[in-house]
Write a protein that binds this ligand. Structure first.
Ligand code: DOR
Ligand code: ZN
Ligand code: ZN
Length: 438
């Protein structure tokens, strides 16, 4: 059987470092079958799946349940283990059990997992550093402001910093800066999820300049929507962190092109449309599916001249592969050199329709958008998972864990005094530091 690929571009399959597939626990929102089908349809050949399921992926038993659920995957996957206050003693067992990275919820979000104290994070990072494991961060600490407000309100006092609590980007900035310092002290690798504001970029740039092994991602919705989306989309665009004002959006595009933000991920967060389509924007569930539409949206940006195809490949595949250890290294890895390929038609027009998505959460803020550039076939380790825009049902179960056979080389912990000096030094001018294209 032959394939006519004339007129198509062959790209490395996208690696989405941030998806929520909801199984076990919330399969009315998504499961591993529907989630990875959506990935295959979107030209995505590897996903990293988040631990805010039920049970949360914080113990070896919970990990076993998740690995079982993932047996029907169409595409390759890494499983995130949870780093929380009460499971620091489980981290090594999770690593032995096959997690590919860790996730730390510094702020509260879906799943209601309490955020760990700074002390627990420090202890957790020490352990992860020994194993070369990266920790991805939901970097928001609104709880600091909430705690303060509760305390001052109880004392009948006005909060002179109340204006900061109403500027959510401020709490994300604090979280990025604090996590970067803990990473610097311990030598842990970290990744900042869903960067949504200009404010977070300063601590990210500073940490990179100090040599912290820190990477960052943003998502298509932060690049394509701003505050005006609330008027037209209402609760559909409700996501955590929220889409923000135009100047934040502009800064994110700049940070992508200068390499401050390393990669594009989606925060694929499907919900049952009934739970999502609530009239009240403050109670609707946060998030929406994204893994199926990322590539076509970003290829449209390539066609618009926002960045080159080579830059897109760096952000969609090269950077995540490097950050999460998927490149072949001394023969120890299981993926990276195999045929994970998206065949794309750079001229193909397509209108996004929620009803046609393969995710169970058939709702999208991109409804009705016309895109130019579309994945036509998706190949996972040499087998078609999507062919001619159709899911290949027989690849259910072909996807496998990317967990490496061996840990990556251990980074060296850094000198504490140097760290403090670097923290106290005034910020370097935020000049663009161009990076080589992968
Ligand atoms: O919008 C969001 N949805 N943000 C998160 O941090 C969690 C996610 C979810 O799991 O629904
Ligand atoms: Zn998050
Ligand atoms: Zn998320």
């Amino acid at each position: 059987e032959t394939l006519d690929a004339s007129g198509l571009h062959l790209l490395p399959g996208a690696i989405d470092a941030h998806v929520h597939f909801r199984e076990p626990g919330y399969t009315h929102k998504e499961d591993w079958g529907t989630g990875t089908a959506a990935a295959a349809m979107g030209g995505v050949t590897t996903v990293f799946e988040m631990p805010n399921t039920n049970p949360p992926t914080g113990t070896p038993d919970a990990l076993a349940l998740k690995l079982k659920a993932a047996e029907k995957a169409h595409v390759d996957f890494g499983i995130y283990g949870l780093l929380a206050e009460d499971n620091i003693d489980q981290l090594e067992a999770l690593i032995d059990g096959g997690v590919a990275a860790f996730k730390c919820f510094m702020g509260n979000t879906f799943g209601n997992l309490p955020s760990p104290s700074t002390g627990a994070m420090l202890e957790g990072f020490e352990i992860l550093a020994k194993h070369g494991m990266r920790c991805s961060l939901h970097a928001e600490t609104a709880s600091i402001m909430a705690w303060r407000q509760r305390k001052l309100a109880a004392a009948g006092r006005h909060d002179p910093l109340a204006h900061l609590a109403s500027r959510p980007a401020v709490v994300a900035t604090e979280a990025v800066a604090r996590a970067a310092i803990l990473a610097e002290w311990t030598g842990a690798r970290i990744h900042v999820l869903h960067i949504s504001s200009a404010d977070e970029l300063r601590p990210l740039r500073e940490a990179k300049a100090r040599g912290v092994d820190i990477t960052g991602e943003t998502c298509p919705h932060y690049l394509l929507f701003d505050e005006h989306a609330y008027e037209t989309l209402g609760s559909i665009i409700r996501v955590n962190p929220p889409v923000r004002e135009k100047h934040h959006q502009t800064a994110l595009w700049e940070a992508l092109s200068d390499g401050t933000i390393d990669m594009i991920a989606t925060d694929h967060a499907p919900h049952d449309p009934a739970e999502k389509r609530r009239d009240d924007i403050w109670t609707a569930d946060c998030g929406f599916p994204g893994v199926e539409t990322q590539m076509q949206l970003m290829l449209t940006a390539v066609n618009e001249g926002r960045f080159t195809l080579a830059e897109y490949v760096r952000m969609s595949a090269g950077a995540p592969a490097r950050a999460f250890g998927l490149f072949p290294r001394k023969g120890a890895l299981t993926v990276g050199s195999d045929a994970d390929i998206a065949f794309v038609d750079m001229r193909r027009r397509h209108v996004i329709r929620a009803a046609e998505l393969h995710s169970r959460g058939k709702i999208t803020p991109f409804e009705g958008m016309e895109t130019v550039g579309l994945p036509i076939h998706t190949m996972v380790r040499g087998r078609f998972a999507m062919r001619d825009r159709r899911l290949c049902a027989e690849t259910a179960g072909w996807g496998r864990s990317v967990r490496r056979a061996q840990a990556m080389p251990t980074p060296q912990p850094r000198n504490l005094d140097q760290t403090m000096e670097a923290v106290l030094r005034p910020p370097a001018p935020a000049s663009a530091r161009p990076r080589a294209v992968a």
